[in-house]
Design a protein around this ligand. Structure first.
Ligand SMILES: Nc1ncnc2c1ncn2[C@@H]1O[C@H](COP(=O)(O)OP(=O)(O)O)[C@@H](O)[C@H]1O
Ligand SMILES: [Mg+2]
Length: 285
């Protein structure tokens, strides 16, 4: 490309788009440093550190009450969770300075442990406006393209077509809600996803389908954090790194073999090894 062409591009505002596109194509990077989170004055997370890059799948495992969901909610900006110190950066940008919708626009996605039901908005309307809120004005997804994509992803997740016309999560069973969270993941194509207990309440067939959805996203442009307290899910979505959370922080990290050992031996050996009596947050005193 010569200089004249470059100038033309710049004048057309095309260059900005081109550079913008390249930035989006580069591997995403979520960095959590020394995060400290309180709820109603009670400290839940302390000195929490984690880095997730595109192409990586991390799993956080841990018994109940160790702060896993608190981590997910704090990163997504739930107002109840007060960040008392530390930082969260996405591709170098300060996530904690962003509004909740800006976090989604920046490429973060959270599948909730308990998704809320929203009456009056159909699943399909919700997905379409969520997709469009991530795009520039005037560059909205066409109805045809949207429907084609929705059909494809619902097919992959073996979801009945009727779910697109139902109100968001209203009357969905636990398993249907989880499947619907993965539908959102596939439709929104975030750069970094945090999936909180996406496996709870799923039978083995649903577990396989949900895993297929997540595995379908795998690639250099996608990083994922799977939060679970069962090893079972990790048979289907094999993580690159496994972290164990106790007392509101990561106490042990390793590869897939760590998940296998937890499956075989439970969590007690870690508690013994580290001299932890009670793994829950705020119980150590
Ligand atoms: N919204 C909340 N209000 C009050 N306490 C909370 C809230 N969310 C979490 N907690 C407390 O924080 C601790 C960790 O909970 P949570 O993050 O849900 O753990 P996990 O997901 O690992 O089971 C628990 O003691 C829990 O009672
Ligand atoms: Mg939880």
């Amino acid at each position: 490309m010569n200089n004249n062409q470059l100038l033309l591009l710049a004048n057309n505002n095309e260059l900005a788009k081109y550079i913008g596109g390249m930035r989006i194509m580069s591997a995403p990077f979520l960095k959590i440093e020394n995060l400290q989170v309180s709820i109603e004055g009670k400290e839940i997370l302390k000195d929490f550190n984690l880095e997730i890059k595109g192409g990586e799948i991390h799993a956080i495992m841990g018994p109940n009450g160790t702060g896993k969901s608190t981590l997910a909610s704090a990163i997504m900006g739930h107002p109840k969770y007060e960040i008392t110190s530390g930082s969260v950066h996405m591709n170098g940008e300060d996530v904690l300075e962003m509004e909740v919708d800006e976090r989604a626009q920046a490429g973060l996605f959270l599948a909730m442990q308990y998704p809320s039901e929203i009456s009056g908005i159909t699943n399909s309307d919700f997905l379409r406006s969520a997709i469009n809120s991530k795009r520039e004005e005037g560059d909205e997804i066409s109805l045809m393209k949207f429907i084609r994509k929705l059909d494809e992803k619902m097919g992959l997740l073996e979801m009945d077509e009727s779910f697109s016309h139902r109100y968001l999560n209203e009357g969905f069973s636990g398993g249907e809600k989880k499947r619907n969270e993965i539908l959102q993941l596939l439709m929104l194509e975030p750069q970094i996803a945090i999936l909180d207990e996406i496996d709870s309440g799923l039978d083995i067939d649903a577990l396989k389908v949900v895993s297929k959805g997540v595995n379908d996203m795998r690639g250099e442009e996608f990083g994922c954090l799977i939060i679970t307290h069962y090893q079972r899910l990790l048979n289907y979505i094999k993580p690159d790194k496994v972290h164990v959370m106790m007392q509101g922080r990561i106490v042990k990290s390793g590869g897939y073999e760590l998940a296998e050992r937890l499956e075989a031996e439970g969590y007690d050996w870690i508690k013994t090894e580290l001299g932890i009596e009670d793994e829950r947050v705020n119980q150590e005193a």
